[in-house]
Design a protein around this ligand. Structure first.
Ligand SMILES: [Zn+2]
Length: 323
């Protein structure tokens, strides 16, 4: 609450005085963080900002879990379809396109495009733990600005759920502008802070994920930060099925369970029956999760459809072009 009383924080994008929203607890470190929002541009930010020295605490090896290959395959194929569609609309429709994926994880998505004949590169700062499969493509394991990519070298740059993790997002966007070809396209996909699921569930919102998500965006703040990096949004969508729908389901369950994000962690192989025996997860939370998973999914499917129709989906995807 000390942080709230100070209230002397200023917006990263526009410099407006931030207003306090609510507190949220990290389900991994059990530490509490404050959410603030700028009344001018609507950018939201957590305080205190996580320190680099504490990253091992907030991103333990277990954080990445053991993704089900089925889910990964669905997500990566969906991303490939989106990219192919936008590439087909390019005026210079040469066969060989180049793409950089910022925050590429284990490189699964860019490996698919590489198999299609694309020239690909990735960046990833996080160590992905013992479960991740070895990357089939080259991944730069430094900050984007330190990777030394050539000026105007890429047709497309993608940032799938990485911008919200960055403490200096503007420097990433400016570097993306430098290494993107003229008329090249940047895709940014992040949780939508102006979504119904964010507004309804607040600190129970699955995609809040403090303190790993440092900044929270919506269409207005994304447009402004992109403009500061000389990008202009050309397309916006809210229909990210897996992230959007799952965000709703897990947020519903979080309301009833003490241990947050239990379904997500179970699906990713991060928790199991052994954790009940060890006492780190309550049996009651597991029972509630399994009883409510189906009704929560049906409810979420309905809300998801409405969120998309009313442009208030849990995830926002924007295509931006270099100005
Ligand atoms: Zn602002």
């Amino acid at each position: 609450m000390e942080d709230q009383a100070l209230n002397n924080h200023f917006c990263y994008i526009c410099g407006g005085a931030l207003g306090f929203l609510f507190m949220a607890k990290d389900y991994i470190s059990s530490e509490t963080f404050s959410l603030y929002q700028c009344p001018v541009c609507s950018l939201a930010e957590i305080k205190p900002s996580p320190k680099l020295a504490d990253f091992a605490k907030y991103y333990p090896k277990l954080y990445y879990g053991k993704r089900k290959s089925f889910t990964d395959s669905l997500i990566n194929n969906g991303r490939r379809r989106k990219i192919k569609k936008i590439a087909a609309s390019f005026k210079n429709n040469a066969d060989k396109k180049s793409l950089l994926d910022v925050g590429c994880g284990d490189g699964g998505f860019i490996s698919l495009l590489a198999a299609d004949g694309w020239q690909v590169a990735g960046t990833e700062m996080a160590s992905l733990g013992s479960h991740s499969k070895p990357a089939l493509v080259n991944i730069c394991r430094q900050e984007l600005i330190d990777c030394g990519f050539n000026e105007a070298g890429f047709d497309i740059i993608t940032m799938w759920h990485s911008l919200e993790h960055l403490a200096e997002p503007l420097s990433y966007l400016k570097e993306a502008g430098r290494i993107l070809k003229k008329q090249g396209m940047l895709l940014v996909e992040v949780p939508n802070f102006n979504s119904w699921q964010s507004v309804i569930f607040k600190d129970n919102w699955f995609h809040l994920d403090v303190p790993r998500h440092i900044f929270h965006y919506d269409k207005k703040s994304l447009a402004l930060i992109l403009e500061k990096a000389d990008f202009k949004i050309v397309k916006v969508s809210y229909n990210s099925l897996i992230y959007g729908l799952f965000g709703l389901i897990q947020s519903c369950l979080n309301v009833f369970c003490q241990r947050k994000n239990l379904l997500f962690d179970w699906l990713n192989g991060k928790v199991g029956l052994a954790d009940i025996k060890a006492g780190s997860v309550g049996a009651g939370d597991f029972i509630i999760t399994f009883i409510l998973a189906i009704p929560a999914s049906i409810f979420s499917l309905l809300i998801f459809a409405l969120e998309v129709i009313f442009k208030r989906g849990g995830v926002i995807t924007v295509w931006a072009r270099r100005e």
